[in-house]
Write a protein that binds this ligand. Sequence first.
Ligand code: NI
Length: 173
Amino acid sequence: MALRNIVTLPNPVLKRKAHAVTQFDKALRTLINDMVETMREAPGVGLAAPQIGLLERIAVIEYFEKPEDEENEDAPKKVWAVINPEIVKVSEETLMGVEGCLSIPGLLGEVERHAEVHIKALNRHGQPMKIRAKGWLARIFQHEIDHLNGIMFTERATRVWQPTQEVDAEQEV
Ligand code: NI
């Protein structure tokens, strides 16, 4: 496995729409492993392929599967690798939350997201998978899928600011 470089704004690759993945081969699985390693190293809870300069519809996420686990320090986190993900259903309910992004260091923003999303995607072997995500996990999926469409959280934020202290920093995606 190898770490990949995370690209930041104003790199134009971040503003472009990524292409669907059609080849499910060893190179794809190596790329996914590299993305997971790069996300952990950053550290972050999500990473989309455009953030390492690749216009491919791939994202990795590592987070608690259930919202109630966020309160439990010992709860295990789960890793998702989603290929060609699509949001197929969203809740009417939305939540405000503070987001950061590994590709926009030093900036936070308040973003309204759907409280729950249903996602259809392919796994690393090209097999279909369905995911129901709530709360912060739903937020991460929406943030990462935005990356695949060239949308940065700052475009959706109702306000953005530069945190004055490290202590302000939220989980980066
Ligand atoms: Ni991001």
